[in-house]
Design a protein around this ligand. Sequence first.
Ligand code: COA
Length: 261
Amino acid sequence: MASMSDIAVHRDGATQILRFNRPGKMNALTGAMYDALCDALEAGEKDTEVSVHVFRGANGVFTSGNDISDFLASSTGDQAVLKSVLRFIRLVPQIQKPMLAGVDGPAVGIGTTLLFHCDLVFATPSARFHTPFLDLGLVPEAASSLLMPQRMGYTRAYEMLVLGKPMDAEAMLRAGLLNAIVPPEELEERVIGAATSLAKKPPAALALARRLLRGDAEDVARRVDEEAAIFARQLQSAEAREAFQAFLEKRAPDFSKVGDG
Ligand code: COA
């Protein structure tokens, strides 16, 4: 079980920190957690005292991505979680204030794709970025099929999104996707420091520059929806169900026994 409190929201000056904090489940995200993230992001966007949003993990983990038990429930008919996931991945590209992330340990699925919507990303040497959508019978989400090839080149994006090859912090830094690698004990300070610097910038110019740099939000929104339609269909497939069950039963999946879904 998980609850909204598995997302800890707190303030440090003008920075709103959203912390994935679900011990024992590697901060895997549930519907309630996506809703808590959305509520906090929406409130922060409206709050004149908040200038920057920061995503953080806890206990040496950023997040292991969507809760696989929830995916399994969705694949057998429970659409509630999908609704919360969709709410989150539609909201993130619409956020106007800067989004920063500090990554320590595993950043799986949405834990990595979220970073392509962030403006500054810091990570520790143990950060590990992994998007195993295909191995779960799924397809890329959160506009990652658009943003990852744009940002890291097609072949590297394909390696991550289709081959499911994890990338470590050094590789992400070399690919230009991280601002810096910092020791774990300095991560929080470094991210908050960057957020505090941003909070001192002239707000109108900051918002305008961010919008220009991020490019066409409509393109991103369209891709989110396009991916989501395919993702929802794949979620119902026999191959996805086999992958989820295999993960939960701690065994290798056997796709030879599943048909087309
Ligand atoms: N959903 C549900 N439970 C998850 C989870 C997830 N995404 N990630 C981890 N957990 C659970 C495990 O089932 C395990 O629970 P248990 O102790 O009750 O058996 C617990 O968290 C610890 O995970 P474990 O796999 O034993 O830790 P690890 O250190 O060996 O590996 C990860 C960590 C993150 C590499 C690994 O858990 C993983 O690959 N998770 C799945 C990631 C994933 O595919 N996410 C979906 C992306 S779209």
